[in-house]
Ligand binder design. Sequence first.
Ligand code: SAM
Length: 672
Amino acid sequence: MGAGRRMARKQGPPEALSEEHFARLKRKAGLPVDAPVEASGNKRRRTGKNADAKPAGKKPAATAAKQMNGKKPAKEAKPVKTNGRSKPVVKTIMPGLEDDSDEELGDEFDLENADLSDDDEEAPAALGDDFLGSDSGSSVFDSDEEGGKGKHVFSEDEDESDAEEKLTAANIAGLSRKLDLQRAEEEAANAAELAESAMKTNIEGDRPHILDDDEDEDDIAGKPNAMLAPDLQLLRTRISENIRVLDDFANLSEEGRSRSEYTAQLLRDICSYYGYSEYLAEKLYNLFTPREAFAFFEANETARPVVIRTNTLRTHRRDLAQALINRGVTLEPVGKWSKVGLQIFESNVPLGATPEYLAGHYILQAASSFLPCMALDPQENERVLDMAAAPGGKTTYLAALMKNTGIIIANDPNKARAKGLIGNIHRLGARNVIVSNYDAREFPKPMGGFDRVLLDAPCSGTGVIAKDPSVKTNKTEMDFMQLPHTQKQLLLAAIDSVNHSSKSGGYVVYSTCSVTVEENEQVVQYALSRRPNVRLVDTGISFGREGFTSFMGKKFDASLRLTRRYYPHTYNVDGFYVAKFQKFGPTPPKTSAARDRAAAAADDADIIDKTPIPDEDSEDGDASGSRKKKDDFGGWDDEEDKEYMEKGRRNAMRRRGLDPRSNKKAAKKQSK
Ligand SMILES: C[S@@+](CC[C@H](N)C(=O)[O-])C[C@H]1O[C@@H](n2cnc3c(N)ncnc32)[C@H](O)[C@@H]1O
């Protein structure tokens, strides 16, 4: 798989870092540059991103029409040639860059002021096989250097040095200013564009004419029977105009027309323009204001930036970055919020086949996939369950966070996917993982009592439409009934698999790569109502929108605001949802199971709290608190033995996550 394809399919950081910065550097260096990011308007912005990320597969429905309308896509930039074989790429490699690049960089990279450690003076070792066949490095970090080699972007001690933090802070501050400027420019250009199109389409003055007078016909959207292609440019204009009206309905709507008429027209246009089913378009539209919905649908037309996660079981991020820079990869830390992520801006090499990749130094992983693992925050030596683990991006991150200590049960019922999971576990050197193959709704029967559980649930994928556009049309109402049902069952199983009395843990993280309320807040709300022994807690992630506490007439618990939503248009990451629960007590065994059955029609009717209860034989484990552990062996007593055996049986069941009380008949039989 080529690098380009990889880049197109992966995602980026919350703050989209300096893509423009790279373009500027290249322009100064007289190198070919991708489409300008600061270009105003959606079309140009989209082209810029496309040029950067080179999305694979078919173009969005709108692209062809845009090109026909005279807006050519930006020229594809030629990859910068690099030579991983002999040149230390920490050297300046972009001609002409030294002269005034500092001034340019001032905003984003305060390298002069950043205390970047300079402790790796050696030129990077030759990489042997010229895997890439390139002739010079292309990293921005190299070109920033005034005084020649040795000044590295990544400090010697990744965790302790503040050099990188300073760099990232400077980077983010600069970027933030740049983005503000960019946004202002974009808004101005959008306003100008809207005004222009309003002039063209609005013969009646200020009130744009959006809705057709003839109810039977919709010329712009095309007539499917006649097999005519819709006029995308006009559609787009009408979408923009319609949004403008909905933003200021009192002043801009036409007389006698209702808001719902405009909304219905907007939805029809969105379906035609972006290619969504009406059902899904409406579902997604309802999450936002009309203007934000437009931004969301737009963002789904461009790939998120490529991100890789450093496998800290095998290497440090600084070393990995240097190795990849040497191969001609242009990259940057993903953002201050992650110490392991690298955003890839450009690569001449297939990122899924470098020696570093094969040696397990990194994994291609969407930035948003880091978040549930960070929220779970597993500690060393804990017992962790990853309920839906394949292909293992999160499992292997958990293993790294736990420094290969403790135990992770990585479960996935899909055998084919489990093979990929096993492959990743081996490649990345995670030695604390056991793979299991259950339907996770069975948990905690096979195993329970975990310190932490991650449920990265199977979902509709409405957060990853940029990656998988088939979601636009292949998700039906049935999916949004069945999936939440499964998710609810899985979440109850996750909660019941956690040991509420864990000294270090007692947490469950629920995540999906979907943005629908049915699969997120409603599932979490359901779990809160069925399991009074859990509460929502802060995810510990520094960014993300608050979860809904009400939605279209439904009220959710106020604590739902502790959950976090991520959208492609707000953070430039895949759409994602993360909720973190703390379990503080055992689940009432009977009542909750009965209610679960009734409410969720769960076939796992036996769900009860399987939290291992401390051994009754232990000093403080006896329910009565009266019995003390006896070390002496003072003869044999059948009755007493029977009692011990029964107790042992109960403990064994509890350790296996079973409730001895749920099977009293069997217990009696067994004890006879
Ligand atoms: C979103 S993916 C998990 C991605 C994975 N956590 C990672 O980071 O690589 C959802 C997974 O859920 C699995 N799955 C589907 N139904 C399941 C069930 N009933 N129990 C457990 N896993 C299930 C699918 O096979 C799929 O691998």
